[in-house]
Design a protein around this ligand. Sequence first.
Ligand code: NI
Length: 175
Amino acid sequence: MAILKVARMGHPVLRKPAEPLEPREIATPRIQRLIDDMFETMHDSRGIGLAGPQVHESVRLFVAGVDDPDGGMPPVVVINPEITPVGSAVEEDWEGCLSIPDIRGRVPRAAKIRLRALDRHGRPLALTADGYPARVLQHETDHLDGVLFFDRMTSFESITFLEEYGRYWAPKSDD
Ligand code: NI
């Protein structure tokens, strides 16, 4: 396994719509190794999700997941995702991105979604998600369309450096 270089905002690969993967391609050692490397890169960077374009691979693939006793998300490999909002509720909450280091901002997202995709074995994956996992799945799917979280913000008033986020905005552990 290897830790991959993460593209930062400004790199054109982040703005290019990514190509779908054929089920045949998913089984190849190249893609299986890419998935393993993306998990390793995500964990090394303490990220919650990582999409192909963020590691200079313009394919419709992302990995996500985090261990957290206060609301984690099991690890998931998502290929060729299609997201449909369930209902019309929208929630605003904080997001960050490994391609926009050390910045946080508040982003409105569909509160509940349905996801259809393929897993790392090329098998159909269907799930519904709400709250934090729904937010992560929407953020990562956006990367496959060349969309960054800044594009989804309705106001830039909340844009915050990580240090100030920790000082003024992060939920306190004893809350
Ligand atoms: Ni991101």
